[in-house]
Design a protein around this ligand. Structure first.
Ligand code: 7RM
Length: 656
C-alpha cells in the first residue's frame, strides 16, 4: 500500500496502553452476549434473521439472502414499513408518551416531541405528499436545516414508499440541482432558511436557483424556520406551499404502505473518485435491520432510560442511520441539535449534555480535537456524570484525542467506541462493543458479529498481520444495493479490484493481536472533518473558472480537520497570481460545491508535475503540501514551492 491519505502507521503507536472496559460499567452491552457472536460465526444468515425479527414485518421473508455477486437481496419476500417500525409499533406498545426527540435550535429555542406527536406529524405529512401527487416509488428531494420537520419529511416518505434523497443544507444550488436531476425527484421539501452561527442561510433562495434549470420538480414544500430574519421568502404560485398551511389542511391518518424488503428506501449522494457524485441506494428491510441492531449493540442502548445524542447532521449518512432510523426503530430518546459547537459560546455542547442528561454521545474526531484545543475548562465546569458511552465516527481518531475523550469527557468511566463504516455500508461494521472489548486508542478493534472484514495486499491475498487494503468478505444486510442508474459503475468501483471482495477504499492494518487500525483513504477521496470530498470534484470546479488552465487538488494532513484541501492552480496566460485572485477561486469553489469544499490554500504554480501518461502526481503534491507550513489562505506563487515541485518531479520515478 503506497498511498494512504491518512496518518502514517507509526502515528498510531504513540499510545500502547490497553483500555479494558472501565470498572463500574455494569450495563453489559445488550446484544454483546458471546452466544450471539458464536451464532454469527456458525450460522451468519440465521444470525441476521434473528436481528430482522427484532422488527415488525407484515409478511415474513422466505429467503434470508440471495447473493449473486455483486447484487444482494436480503429477507426476500418479506414486507414491512420503516415509519411503522419507527413510530406506530412503539405507540401501540404504550410508549406514545416517551420523548422521541429533544430538539434544540441554534438560537436556544426548544421542542420536545413524543412518539405519538411524531407519528401524528408523519401521518399528516404523508397525506400532504400524497396530495401533491407522490406515489410509491417516486423520489422526493429534501434540503433542510436540522429542524424536526426534516425527520418528519423523511419518515413520511418511507410511509408512502417514496425514496428520499436528502441533500445537506450546506450544499450549493448547483450541487442540489445535480442531485435532483440525477434522481428525477418530483417534490422538493425545504425551509425558508437555516441558522448558522447567528446568521441565516437562505435555503429557499438556493432551492429556487437550483430549480431554475431542472424540470422534474412539480411541487415545493417550505417549512418556516428563520421567518422574517431571512427577509421575504419568494413563493411561486401553484408550485410552492408553506409547510404549516398544507399540514393544516391534511387528513390525520395515513396507513403505512406495505413495502418489499428490497424496495429502495433512500438515495444518498456521496463523493467518489470522479467529479460526479454517486447515488448510493439503500434498501428497506436489510438497512433497517442492521442500523437498529448496531445502534443497540454498539451503544449498549437501553431505550427506556438512555438519552442519546448523535451530533452529526442528518444530511450525511451518520445522521440518516444514527439520528433518524436506528434510534427511532429502537424507541430511543434522542437529542437533536441545530447548531455548531462554538455558538454562541464554547460551553454549548457540554451545557446540552448537562441539561438533557445525555448518556450516550456520538461525534467526530474533528470535534473532539477542536474541544481539546479550546482547553479543559469548558467541559470541566459542567456536570457530565450522566454520560455512559462515547462514540467516534468519520475518520481515524488519533490516540491523543481518544485518550482525551476517555479522560476529560468520559471521566474514565465510559467505554469509547470508535466505529468504522461508510455511506455505502449503511451501518457500523467495525467497532468495539462497550463493556466487552478491550480497546487500544486509535483502533476500531474488530468487525462486529456477522461482518466479514479482512485486510489484503496488492494481489488480493489476505494479510494476517500488517498493512494493506480493507475489504469486506461477504454481503451484509445494510449494504448499498447499487449506484442509482449505474450498475456498471457499482461493480467497477467496489467489486472489481479484488475478486469476490468489496473494496472499501481505505487502507488498514491488522496488528499482532488482530486489532484493525484504519489508516485513511487510498483513493482520491479526501476526508475533511469527516466529510467526503473528491479531489476531482474540486478540480473540476476550479477549471470551470474562466481564469484557470489547470488544477490539482490534494488532501494534506491537518491537526483539526484530519485533512485540509490544498489546490495547486495553473492560471491561463495573462492572469495575475494575486492574493485576491486566490481568494476569488476559494470563494468560487465554495459557491459551486458548498463551503465544506472551499480549499484552505490555493497555490499558484506555472506547471503541475505529471507522469508520462499525463496523470497528475498527487502524492508528490501532497508531500509538498504536507512538508510546508501553508497558511489558511492563498499562498502566492511561491518560487520555493514551484522549485520544490520541479526538483521532486525530476528526482522521483514516475508513477505510471
Ligand atoms: C460514516 C461515514 C466514509 C469514510 C471511510 C473512512 C472514513 C469513517 C471511520 C473512518 C477511520 C473510523 N461515512 N471513516 N469512520 N476512518 N475510522 N471510525 O463517515 O461515507 O462519509 O465516509 O470515512 O475513510 O471510508 S462516509
Amino acid at each position: 500500500m503506497s498511498d494512504a491519505g491518512g496518518a502514517a502507521i507509526e502515528d498510531y503507536y504513540l499510545e500502547e496502553r490497553l483500555f479494558p472496559p472501565p470498572e463500574g460499567f455494569v450495563d453489559q452491552a445488550v446484544v454483546a452476549d458471546p452466544a450471539i457472536a458464536e451464532h454469527a460465526q456458525r450460522d451468519v444468515e440465521g444470525f441476521w434473521a434473528d436481528q430482522a425479527r427484532a422488527l415488525d414485518w407484515f409478511d415474513e421473508w422466505h429467503t434470508v439472502l440471495e447473493w449473486d455477486l455483486p447484487f444482494a437481496k436480503w429477507f426476500v419476500g418479506g414486507t414491512l414499513n420503516v415509519s411503522y417500525n419507527c413510530l406506530d409499533r412503539h405507540v401501540a406498545a404504550g410508549l406514545g408518551d416517551r420523548v422521541a426527540i429533544h430538539w434544540e435550535g441554534e438560537p436556544g429555542d426548544t421542542r420536545t416531541i413524543t412518539y405519538s406527536e411524531l407519528l401524528a406529524d408523519v401521518e399528516r405529512f404523508s397525506n400532504v405528499l400524497k396530495g401533491l401527487g407522490v406515489r410509491r416509488g417516486d423520489r422526493v428531494a429534501i434540503y433542510m436545516p436540522m429542524i424536526p420537520e426534516l425527520p418528519v419529511a423523511m419518515l413520511a416518505c418511507t410511509r408512502v414508499g417514496a425514496p428520499h434523497s436528502v441533500v445537506f443544507g450546506g450544499f450549493s444550488p448547483d450541487a442540489l440541482r445535480d442531485r435532483i436531476d440525477d434522481a428525477q425527484a418530483k417534490v422538493l421539501v425545504t425551509a425558508d432558511g437555516g441558522w448558522r452561527r447567528g446568521s441565516v442561510v437562505a435555503l429557499k433562495e438556493n432551492a429556487d436557483s437550483a430549480l431554475a434549470d431542472t424540470a422534474s420538480i412539480e411541487h415545493v414544500v417550505v417549512a418556516r424556520r428563520t421567518g422574517e430574519s431571512g427577509g421575504v421568502t419568494p413563493m411561486t404560485e401553484g408550485r410552492d406551499h408553506w409547510w404549516d398551511e398544507v399540514m393544516a389542511g391534511a387528513e390525520a391518518s395515513c396507513p403505512p404502505e406495505h413495502m418489499d424488503a428490497e424496495d429502495l428506501l433512500y438515495l444518498l449522494y456521496t463523493s467518489g473518485t470522479t467529479a460526479k457524485p454517486k447515488g448510493i441506494m439503500h434498501s428497506t428491510g436489510g438497512y433497517l435491520t442492521q442500523v437498529a441492531y448496531t445502534h443497540r449493540a454498539v451503544f449498549d442502548l437501553h431505550a427506556d432510560r438512555d438519552v442519546y445524542w448523535c451530533a452529526a447532521d442528518i444530511g450525511w449518512v451518520t445522521g440518516h442511520s444514527y439520528i433518524v432510523y436506528g434510534p427511532l426503530a429502537n424507541g430511543a430518546t434522542s437529542v437533536m441539535y441545530e447548531g455548531t459547537p462554538d455558538f454562541p459560546d464554547k460551553d454549548r455542547w457540554w451545557d446540552i449534555i448537562e441539561r438533557y442528561g445525555v448518556t450516550i454521545l456520538y461525534c467526530a474526531p474533528t470535534a473532539i480535537r477542536t474541544f481539546m484545543k479550546w482547553g479543559n475548562e469548558f467541559p470541566e465546569r459542567h456536570d457530565m456524570s450522566s454520560l455512559r458511552v462515547l462514540g467516534s465516527v468519520g475518520e481515524p481518531i488519533n490516540p491523543e484525542a481518544w485518550v482525551w475523550y476517555w479522560t476529560h469527557i468520559g471521566g474514565g468511566h465510559c467505554p469509547v467506541v470508535d466505529t468504522w463504516w461508510q455511506t455505502e455500508t449503511g451501518a457500523i461494521m467495525i467497532s468495539p462493543l462497550p463493556g466487552v472489548t478491550t480497546c487500544k486508542p486509535g483502533s476500531a478493534t474488530f468487525p462486529l458479529p456477522g461482518i466479514g472484514a479482512e485486510v489484503v495486499d496488492d494481489a488480493g491475498e489476505k494479510v494476517e498481520r500488517g498493512g494493506g487494503y480493507l475489504t469486506l468478505t461477504r454481503p451484509w444486510p445494510s449494504m448499498l444495493r447499487g449506484l442509482y442508474g449505474d450498475p456498471e459503475r457499482y461493480r467497477q468501483t467496489y467489486w472489481s479490484r479484488f475478486e469476490g471482495r468489496y473494496f472499501a477504499g481505505d487502507g488498514a492494518k491488522v496488528d499482532d493481536d488482530g486489532y484493525f487500525w484504519l489508516l485513511g483513504r487510498v483513493d482520491d477521496v479526501m476526508n475533511v472533518s469527516g466529510h467526503r470530498i473528491s479531489t476531482a470534484e474540486v478540480e473540476s470546479s476550479l477549471v470551470n473558472h474562466p481564469s484557470v488552465a489547470e488544477a490539482a487538488v490534494v488532501g494534506a494532513k491537518d491537526d483539526t480537520t484530519g485533512q485540509a484541501i490544498i489546490a495547486f492552480v495553473t492560471l491561463k496566460a495573462g492572469q495575475d497570481e494575486t492574493t485576491e485572485h486566490g481568494e476569488d477561486l476559494r470563494g468560487h469553489v465554495a459557491r459551486h460545491i458548498g463551503s465544506i469544499a472551499r480549499p484552505r490554500t490555493v497555490i499558484f504554480t506555472d506547471e503541475l508535475p505529471k507522469t508520462r501518461s499525463g496523470k497528475i502526481m498527487r502524492r508528490l503534491l501532497r508531500d509538498v503540501a504536507e512538508g510546508r507550513d501553508l497558511g489558511d489562505t492563498t499562498t502566492l506563487a511561491d518560487p520555493r514551492v514551484v522549485e520544490e515541485i520541479r526538483r521532486l518531479s525530476t528526482t522521483r520515478p514516475t508513477e505510471d
